[in-house]
Design a protein around this ligand. Structure first.
Ligand code: SAM
Length: 199
């Protein structure tokens, strides 16, 4: 997120056809939950296009890239490498240490697909389990990012969007970003904070 060291998500592995939705959802989740960038394997061009399209419509900043050098990307990372795996240390046991390092260092979050080679486990500074049960890279990524940012990502603002969703108890409302309704989104929280300060 802005004014913080970078957070990049690396999708390790992609099977065209079979993994298309999952890889796209890794990208969309990375974007929505506060990461600055997602990097896909170079055979995931279709997912790149979808995530770029969503960023164009709903805002950024957020960057999508392809790489043909997954292992080198991890090896060359100048910062902290976190590999999400069901075999790792419990997220609740390491989150504080990772948050502290993120105050001054960029974080690379690696999520797998089919099979992640042991080399990745060895390169990682932290192998982290979001529970030690098998589930999904999208779920693991969402929980990890929320713990990393301690919920701040839910308040982030989006630049250069061509639409803003107005939160509603029922129904759907989408307006232009510059409109008064768009500007009022989040005001309830601001009012609550101001009242708490006054108390
Ligand atoms: C469907 S899993 C397949 C993992 C594969 N069997 C292996 O051993 O590498 C795909 C990815 O989901 C993520 N994942 C699944 N369960 C997880 C958990 N409990 N905690 C963290 N990440 C998890 C990991 O990044 C994993 O590489």
């Amino acid at each position: 997120m802005q004014d913080e060291p970078e957070v990049t998500v690396l999708r390790y592995g992609h099977r065209p056809g079979r993994d298309d939705r999952m890889t796209t959802h890794v990208g969309l989740t990375a974007r929505a939950l506060g990461a600055d960038r997602v990097v896909f394997p170079d055979n995931a061009g279709q997912s790149l296009e979808t995530v770029e399209d969503i960023t164009g419509r709903f805002g950024g900043p957020f960057t999508v890239e392809l790489t043909d050098r997954l292992n080198a990307f991890i090896r060359d990372w100048e910062g902290v490498v976190v590999h999400l795996t069901m075999y790792g240390e419990r997220v609740q046991d390491v989150e504080e240490a990772v948050r502290e390092r993120h105050q001054s260092e960029p974080i690379l979050v690696v999520v797998g697909g089919e099979k992640v080679p042991f080399e990745v486990y060895e390169e990682a500074d932290y192998n982290v389990g979001v529970t030690n049960q098998p589930h999904s890279e999208v779920a693991g990524l969402a929980v990890f990012l929320d713990r990393l940012f301690d919920g701040r990502e839910l308040e982030r603002e989006w630049e250069d969007a061509d639409r803003t969703v107005i939160p509603k108890a029922t129904g759907k409302k989408v307006v232009e970003p510059g409109s008064a309704e768009a500007a009022a989104v989040g005001d309830a929280d601001a009012d609550a904070d101001a009242n708490a300060d006054d108390a």
